[in-house]
Ligand binder design. Structure first.
Ligand code: 5GP
Length: 217
């Protein structure tokens, strides 16, 4: 089976009952299901770290973390690469930078993408850049970011995306490293939010209708 799509989660995947796992009490009643348990995310991240090491090992990279949703995946991925750095003959010198993008209100994309911290991207010139994103939906956000990053003439750009949604108008640009391909559901947790809530949830989950209502703006 091809691996470039990552772990493919089928359309009829029901997830797990939240009661089979642990999660903060303040979200009780707010979750429909645990869609991807935290342990599975970590296991997949471990493999992505190895793939990145195999491709880029012995080079220097600038990890560009896309905030806010990407912070958890980025820090876990970087930590996994650090473990490999300590335990193999190859190593990958990393520096980390951050950019913040915002385009969502409630569970819908808005046309204007706000970019914060873009002025400092001149550090990327001539460098190998690894963009780390939590989720790619239409691909618009990633496309905007890529165009912006390319303007600073890095030597190489690679993208790691934890989640890619299977959407009909499949985006032009997809990450080089994909954690999971998921159906077109709105997911939260593992730093992914709904109006800033649910970032403090370790599993990737689907919200219940009650949860959506409670935190709607
Ligand atoms: P795109 O531009 O690819 O359509 O959307 C990407 C951005 O929208 C992501 O960086 C993320 O901020 C947000 N997004 C898209 N789908 C989801 C989702 O299912 N859950 C959450 N929490 N954010 C999403």
């Amino acid at each position: 089976a091809p691996t470039h799509r990552g772990v493919v989660i089928p359309d009829d995947w029901p997830g797990y009952s939240p009661d089979l796992f642990t999660y903060p009490k303040h979200y009780s009643g707010d979750l429909d299901c645990v869609y991807i348990p935290h342990g599975v995310i970590m296991d997949r991240t471990e493999r992505l770290a190895r793939d990145i090491m195999d491709d880029l090992g012995d080079h220097d990279i600038v990890v560009l973390c896309v905030l806010k949703g990407g912070h958890q995946f980025c820090s876990d991925l970087v930590e996994r690469i650090q473990v490999l750095n300590r335990n193999s003959s190859k190593s990958l010198l990393m520096t980390v930078d951050f950019i913040r993008l915002k385009s969502y209100l409630n569970d819908h994309s808005t046309p204007d993408i706000q970019m914060i911290g873009a002025e400092s991207l001149s550090v990327l010139t001539g460098k190998n850049v690894l963009i780390v994103e939590a989720i790619v939906d239409t691909g618009k956000t990633l496309q905007t970011l890529l165009t912006h990053v390319q303007a600073f003439h890095p030597k190489l750009i690679k993208v790691a995306g934890l989640l890619v949604k299977r959407v009909t108008n499949q985006s032009v640009c997809l990450p080089d490293y994909v954690g999971f391909e998921i159906p077109n559901h709105f997911v939260v947790g593992y730093a992914l939010d709904y109006n800033e809530f649910f970032r403090d949830l370790n599993h990737i989950c689907v919200m219940s209708e009650d949860g959506k209502q409670k935190y709607r703006l």
